[in-house]
Design a protein around this ligand. Structure first.
Ligand code: ATP
Ligand code: MG
Length: 358
């Protein structure tokens, strides 16, 4: 990413509290970026309706919870805007416009969408709005004319779709040449920069089920709100799989196949200790998962302890609401500007307007 100040946008769906997968995949990076860049962090409450339209109270509560968790993890509301999707109307208007620029089949081919339909067991009963959320996500990002998007690996296909929309818009309405390099779209008069995915060091932390990505909605996550005891219990129950102990051709066992090792490598800082365990384990030493699990649980609790303390300091809902109001105002300022530019380009703007909150 360029050294100059760029705009960063990323976010979370309010479907439960943040977990350690969010931390390694995206939030840690947000904390690193917030002092040097203009950062906007979205709470995608409308997207939460794709799977929970019947539970508006839960979604509303989770909006506050996620904002509190993000602050507890180190996002500084003085530096970054944390805001609610539904308080920024320009995002929804751009969603409709972008939906015209994407072939239906292109949206449905998105591998993350297919994967979500499968793991969330939505079968053929998903709403029309479910695939539409991927277009909405393009608007979430482009409404800010964001340059960088810190996300986990699962979001990369969404980013690719976003990049396609931005290119198409710039070519169709702003006269950007067909073969123009992505980095030059803005300087050539395009409304939208072509955003880049900024995937964290661990792009896909596996869940405690040892099978799927750690996800809020799959019940396989270690949350910031878990007590130290709950963390120990969850780590203790991690499925490490018989096949992870199968000897290779050389008669060794392959630790890389054991999900516990991803946690070990991600959360235990002492690399000599990690190397030593990896070596002994690979040679088939009888270390036993118990010992490794204890080490991992302690490391995760050490990471979470200061976050738990900050969460306590932000226990008041009113304080969190103030942050959301302030963040949503800032978000509207940025997005109204983009919407006006996009509407000018597509000949859709007739009158000036402004959005007032609170
Ligand atoms: P849901 O189950 O509702 O989809 P989720 O746990 O997948 O929830 P999201 O709100 O969809 O969380 O994702 C927020 C951000 O965190 C995204 O950038 C996503 O890529 C990242 N992220 C989520 N889970 C993980 C994970 N297990 N490893 C790395 N990054 C993750
Ligand atoms: Mg998700």
């Amino acid at each position: 990413m360029a050294a100059q100040q760029t705009r960063i946008l990323t976010g979370d769906t309010p479907t439960g509290n943040l977990h350690i997968g969010h931390w390694v995949g995206s939030v840690k990076r947000r904390v690193e970026l917030q002092s040097k860049h203009e950062c906007f962090f979205l709470i995608a409450n409308l997207h939460a309706f794709t799977t929970r339209a019947d539970r508006p109270d839960e979604i509303r509560r989770d909006c506050i919870e996620i904002a509190r968790d993000a602050i507890a993890m180190g996002v500084d509301p003085e530096q970054a805007a944390i805001f609610l999707q539904t308080e920024v109307p320009a995002i929804l208007e751009l969603t409709y416009l972008f939906a015209m620029l994407l072939p239906y089949n292109r949206v449905m081919r998105n591998p993350t969408l297919k994967d979500e339909l499968k793991v969330k067991d939505l079968k053929d009963n998903y709403s029309f709005g479910f695939p539409l959320y991927t277009v909405g996500q393009c608007a979430d990002i482009l409404a800010f004319r964001a340059h960088g998007v810190p996300v986990g690996e699962d979001q990369v296909p969404h980013l690719e779709l976003t990049r396609e929309v931005a290119r198409r818009f710039n070519k169709m309405y702003c006269g950007v040449a067909d073969k123009a390099p992505d980095e030059e779209h803005e300087s050539l008069g395009g409304v939208f920069p072509i955003p880049v995915a900024d995937v964290g060091k661990v792009g896909r932390l596996i869940g405690t089920d040892g099978v799927n990505k750690m996800s809020k909605s799959l019940g396989n996550a270690i949350h910031l709100t878990d007590t130290p005891k709950q963390v120990k219990k969850k780590i203790g129950r991690i499925y490490t799989g018989q096949d992870s102990r199968q000897p290779t051709d050389k008669g060794e066992t392959d630790p890389a196949k054991n999900p516990l090792f991803q946690y070990l490598e991600t959360f235990v800082d002492d690399s000599d200790q990690v190397d030593e365990i990896r070596r002994r384990y690979a040679q088939g030493d009888n270390i036993g998962d118990g010992e490794v699990k204890m080490l991992v649980a302690d490391a995760i609790n050490t990471l979470l302890d200061p976050m738990r303390a900050r969460r306590e300091q932000w226990a008041s809902d009113d304080d969190v609401m103030d942050v959301l109001l302030d963040g949503s105002r800032k978000a509207n300022e940025a997005c109204e500007e983009t919407l006006a530019m996009a509407k000018d380009a597509a000949k859709l703007r007739f009158f000036p307007r402004s959005v007032q909150l609170g």
